[in-house]
Design a protein around this ligand. Structure first.
Ligand code: NDP
Length: 246
């Protein structure tokens, strides 16, 4: 049987109050991990943690604030005793054509999608190095591989995550800390529910598997990468996109 067992591991999943992050938190909990659920609102994160069950705990943190991200990692380590698995999942879009893209739209997207991951990795690495075990999984996007009209800020942040992840993978491999990227295609969440039905239809037609993905499609891959089954995989970018990018 292909069992993924994360018993005894502590996982911090940013942006896990809904969408893909929540599905990842549920999957890691089902595999036996104790999970820190994170969103901007502490009460909402605590409510989601209660629904997810297991030993999940909720934490409020605006990850666009670097000091808050460092404090979050400290709070998770204090509450659970360690942080073995970090999933940098929280992400936002602020789309516009280049000509109309404001500096603040660039900064908000890069700070949330890329800088927060850098700060979180820096904060968790000390404990992971001491324990000589760690898994860092960064959620990018196929847009980081392909580019997309109207998403220069988002695509740059996701492509940046890929370069960050490969560098971290090289730096920390000798300490048995693995760092990989999952690049989702189009996944049914609040982010894609905002799209016009015609756009979704056109998009689905371009996907060989002829459907949008579900958050669980991403969660299963993250659980695998977090597990000992993936002990020889680092620095990789794994598109989970129904065959869109090939
Ligand atoms: P959603 O918009 O559904 O959820 C975003 C999550 O991030 C929420 O839990 C939200 O929590 C949290 N979040 C947003 N900003 C912050 C912040 N400043 N501080 C803390 N938490 C924050 O997103 P998805 O589930 O669709 O996407 C998850 C990841 O997957 C993102 O990185 C996205 O770029 C990526 N992705 C998604 C695709 C898709 O098709 N859906 C495709 C490719 C990649 P709260 O509101 O409670 O603060």
């Amino acid at each position: 049987m292909f069992a993924i067992d994360l018993t005894g591991r502590v996982a911090l999943v940013t942006g896990s109050t809904r969408g893909i992050g929540r599905a990842i938190a549920e999957e890691l909990t089902a595999a036996g991990a104790r999970v820190a659920i994170v969103g901007r609102d502490a009460a909402k994160a605590e409510a989601v943690a209660a629904e997810v069950g297991g030993d999940a705990k909720g934490f409020g943190c605006d990850i666009s604030d670097p000091a808050a991200v460092t404090a979050l990692v400290e709070a998770v380590e204090a509450a659970f005793g360690s942080c073995d698995i970090l999933v940098n999942n929280a992400g936002i879009t602020k789309d516009n054509l280049m000509l109309r893209m404001k500096d603040e739209d660039w900064d908000a997207v890069v700070d949330t999608n890329l800088k927060a991951a850098f700060v979180a990795i820096r904060a968790v690495q000390r404990g992971m190095m001491k324990r000589r075990w760690g898994r860092i999984i960064n959620i990018a996007s196929v847009v980081g591989l392909m580019g997309n009209k109207g998403q220069a800020n988002y695509a740059a942040s996701k492509a940046g995550l890929i370069g960050l992840s490969k560098s971290v993978a090289k730096e920390l491999a000798s300490r048995n800390i693995l760092c990989n990227v999952v690049a989702p295609g189009f996944i049914r969440t609040d982010m894609t529910d905002a799209m016009a039905p015609a756009a979704v239809e056109a998009l689905s037609a371009a996907i060989p598997l002829e459907r949008l993905g579900e958050p669980a499609d991403i969660a299963g891959v993250v659980a695998f990468l977090a597990s000992d089954r993936a002990a020889y995989i680092t620095g990789q970018v794994l598109p989970v996109d129904g065959g869109l990018v090939m």
